[in-house]
Design a binder for this molecule. Structure first.
Ligand SMILES: Nc1ncnc2c1ncn2[C@@H]1O[C@H](COP(=O)(O)OP(=O)(O)OP(=O)(O)O)[C@@H](O)[C@H]1O
Length: 267
């Protein structure tokens, strides 16, 4: 079950073009990191893959389906097969960690089972197992608002892994974690994707982590793919071109105080 984008554009409702002419194919088990400067379109691309946005033009095929052609029931079923790890997971503050993790399968359970699980956690061992892999097995009954930002990120990841999706997406999944945990967490995501033969797409600002953990790197700049290469082929020049910031460079080369730098001679 692959993913294919052909000539995909996305324009936000305010007229801001976020993605232009995106062509991308991903096969089962493939792991891709999206890197690029702020505003490049990384989150927008992930939101298209999560079907929370639909392309303005072009074709998107996900898990052999075209989201733009699905009715609301089929779209809901497709969404329940896609796991999106958020940078700041939307965890209800007063909810117990165990309930937040089990919520990963709410979309797949009957209404009755989902309601019971919200009041009385139905699969405590399952939640504990996912949390233990993320070094949080002892926080099962804590409230979400008693956790740090990095711990909340890991609860969000545990919830997505518990969901057992067919496609794994992650938007800056380790941005709030210390370097050791970030490294461990990305290794775990890679392992899970390999074991379950899932496509994994993650956006990352930490280029070193992207190059270390992902075999394929997509460089996105101003809504376009600047390069799509194996990690070993990404050069210093590629990264310099990807992150070049002309407006900051121009401001840095300006004199700090033009009045001092170019004194006006008084006659
Ligand atoms: N809801 C929105 N309405 C209008 N424009 C938006 C909206 N969300 C994002 N944009 C614009 O779309 C473009 C791409 O934004 P996006 O959030 O996808 O970038 P990004 O690469 O994820 O950035 P960052 O690394 O800063 O999170 C930017 O120009 C941004 O200003």
């Amino acid at each position: 079950m692959s993913i294919r984008l052909s000539g995909v554009d996305y324009v936000h409702p305010n007229g801001q073009t976020a993605l232009q002419g995106i062509d991308l194919t991903l096969n089962p088990g493939e792991q891709v990191a999206i890197i690029g400067p702020s505003g490049a379109g990384k989150t927008t691309l992930l939101r298209l893959l999560a079907t929370s946005l639909l392309p303005s033009s072009g074709e998107l095929r996900l898990l052999d389906l075209q989201p733009a052609r699905l009715g609301s029931g089929d779209l809901r079923r497709l969404r329940s097969r896609i796991g999106l790890i958020h940078q700041s997971p939307p965890l209800p503050p007063r909810q117990r960690v165990v309930t937040a993790v089990l919520a990963g399968r709410l979309g797949q359970w009957s209404l009755a089972r989902a309601l019971v699980s919200l009041c009385y956690p139905l699969d405590i061992p399952g939640a504990r197992q996912e949390l233990a892999r993320l070094d949080l097995g002892d926080r099962l009954f804590d409230r979400c608002d008693q956790l740090s930002g990095g711990q909340q990120q890991r609860v969000g990841i545990a919830r997505t892994l518990y969901q057992r999706p067919d496609l794994l997406l992650a938007d800056e999944p380790v941005s709030a974690m210390d370097p050791v945990l970030a490294d461990h967490t990305l290794s775990l995501l890679g392992e899970v994707a390999r074991e379950r033969q899932l496509p994994l797409v993650a956006s990352l600002h930490a280029v070193d982590l992207a190059l270390k953990h992902f075999p394929r790197i997509l460089g996105l700049r101003a809504g376009r793919i600047l390069f799509d290469k194996s990690a070993g082929e990404v050069s210093e020049q590629d990264l310099t071109a990807l992150y070049a910031n002309e407006s900051l460079t121009a401001r840095q080369s300006e004199p700090a105080n033009p009045a001092i730098a170019r004194p006006v001679r008084c006659l």
